[in-house]
Design a binder for this molecule. Structure first.
Ligand code: GDG
Length: 516
């Protein structure tokens, strides 16, 4: 730990840094990454300043200094890399994180590979490595905020290193109910590791509740008490107190609105609409992942074309598939299956001048993505299970004229906040999704706007700064930091889903909280 204390900083720890380092000849370049965690946190840390610790996406140990300094200049926060070798990465990331925790936490236990015990050993040692880098990079008063399922054990490892700093954790993916979680051979280890944090944040009340039920059943020494008025649960285990609550993550709503009104985006959106002859556009934007329900979505679209011939030549599905985890054979198979279905459906329904599915396998730049959002009449977001799903919120933010429909899986965390204005579907029911496609297609502009305005109100109010602010305020309320308590006393209703958080001041308050 560094000795000379400056102001308390926010130290964010996640598996990946917000960019990937690429070696191009003798030069080191960086390419900003995509993905939900990064889209959400980047604007938060840019406003607060601080430090982001993570893996840079390359095994080679290069001189990152220039690239990192450049990043710091453009974002306002520092970065610190954790180096991993290929074996560590394979076992910890592809193995334990993505072959066990990811499917299990998305209720897909039959996809879990529980039998490789090296995975767990590597998960612990890589989490230890992250903790060691954090330990070497922090000042005593820094607050350490660890993110997501790959790094659950970092808190416990920091405690072993005798770090006294406040530590908190946010889980971006769902937490499964006991009957699913209990399949995990390391279930007590994971729960005990989580109980080392001062605060644990979940996306929804449901996730928090699942976690509390697991603790109640499995951790005999833990006593849980729910503070109903404050919507948090206190967990006392020996002398250690942990607070658990839910904080639905948001987007930088104002940023999305203003960027979507840039002339470049407006022009691209117009071009997209014209190139599809102003037919109604349904849009899907998904990372290549089995949790996103892409094959079910395609089957539902096929069903809609079968049930409702009125849709023929009047509607186009643009499916953007963002490359992800491409080193894993299962993901490559999934891609082939999706491509087979796309060509089968196109083969079945194409007519002169009309190909029903327009398929893109690529990562778009931000303005292209926003142009597709703006051009789309309907967004079709049908994950089988999703912590939140930011694509749903981003789509609604960019529909500034309110003329769009969101069809949303009831198993996405975002459904909690969008239920008043979205057409909710059971993604496993091909018929339900097909029917809702038709309902959206025939909905008139006035109805669309009425529904869309309801979602926009919620997404704007509970934006990413509200999310970070609520989390940090809750953290301070239940810890013993008098300076921050003072600010907390002036502000009420800091727990998610309370109604009178004044979002207009959310980003301002956030900066104040971090002492800027
Ligand atoms: C995890 C949880 C939770 C997508 N395509 C492109 C692109 N994106 C960006 C979107 C969005 C992000 O990626 C995807 O976010 P999601 O929330 O939909 O999904 P995950 O990546 O699985 O995120 C999720 C999230 O964490 C946050 O807590 O909501 O449940 O699984 O921001 O805009 N960005 C660019 N080009 C693309 O082609 N530039």
């Amino acid at each position: 730990m560094k000795r000379n204390q400056v102001n308390s900083r926010l130290v964010l720890v996640s598996n990946r840094l917000p960019f990937t380092v690429i070696k191009s000849g003798s030069e080191v370049k960086i390419r900003p990454s995509t993905g939900g965690l990064i889209t959400a946190i980047n604007p938060v840390l840019s406003k607060s300043g601080g430090l982001w610790v993570g893996w840079p996406g390359i095994f080679e140990q290069l001189d990152f200094d220039d690239a990192f300094t450049h990043w710091q200049k453009s974002t306002g926060y520092k970065v610190q890399s954790v180096s991993l070798d290929k074996d560590e990465h394979d076992n910890f990331y592809h193995g334990f994180s993505n072959e066990i925790l990811w499917p299990l936490f998305h209720d897909l236990q039959s996809r879990c590979n529980f039998f490789n015990t090296d995975y767990w050993t590597s998960y612990i040692s890589v989490n230890r490595k992250f903790a060691e880098v954090v330990e070497q990079s922090i000042f005593p008063n820094d607050r350490i905020w660890v993110h997501d399922y790959q790094l659950i054990n970092v808190g416990q490892e920091l405690k072993k290193l005798k770090i006294k700093s406040k530590i908190a954790f946010f889980l971006h993916i769902p937490f499964p109910p006991p009957d699913i979680f209990f399949k995990l051979p390391w279930r007590e280890n994971i729960l005990n590791a989580l109980l080392e944090y001062d605060l644990i944040g979940f996306q929804t009340y449901h996730d928090k509740n699942n976690f509390i039920q697991c603790v109640r059943i499995l951790i005999k020494q833990a006593h849980c008490s729910s503070l109903r008025k404050e919507k948090v649960t206190k967990i006392q285990k020996s002398s250690k107190q942990t607070i658990a609550s839910h904080f639905p993550i948001g987007i930088d709503y104002r940023g999305f609105v203003s960027d979507s009104l840039q002339s470049e985006v407006l022009k691209q959106a117009k071009d997209i609409r014209e190139s599809f002859l102003n037919r109604q556009i349904i849009l899907g934007v998904d990372r290549l992942d089995y949790t996103k329900g892409i094959t079910c979505k395609l089957e539902a679209f096929r069903k809609a074309l079968k049930l409702f011939p009125q849709l023929h030549q009047k509607i186009i599905l643009i499916q953007i598939l963002v490359p992800s985890r491409k080193d894993i054979p299962e993901y490559r198979l999934m891609k082939s299956e999706i491509e087979r279905l796309v060509s089968e459906i196109n083969g079945e329904f194409t007519k002169p001048g009309w190909v029903p599915i327009n398929y893109i396998f690529n990562t778009l730049n931000r303005s292209e993505l926003l142009a597709y959002y703006r051009a789309a009449d309907i967004a079709l977001v049908t994950p089988l299970k999703d912590g939140m799903n930011l694509v749903a919120k981003e789509y609604c933010a960019t529909k500034t004229d309110g003329n769009g429909v969101l069809i949303l899986s009831e198993f996405a965390g975002a459904a909690d906040q969008s239920h008043l204005g979205a057409l909710l579907v059971n993604p496993y029911s091909i018929e339900d999704v097909a029917n809702k496609i038709y309902v959206a297609f025939v909905m008139n502009k006035t109805e669309r706007q009425a529904y869309m305005r309801k979602i926009q109100k919620a997404v704007k109010r509970y934006d990413v700064f509200w999310w970070a602010n609520s989390f940090l305020k809750t953290w301070e309320t239940y810890s013993c930091d008098s300076k921050l308590k003072l600010i907390e006393n002036k502000t009420k209703n800091l727990i998610p889903n309370t109604s009178n958080t004044n979002n207009n001041s959310s980003s301002k308050m956030f900066i104040k909280l971090l002492g800027k």
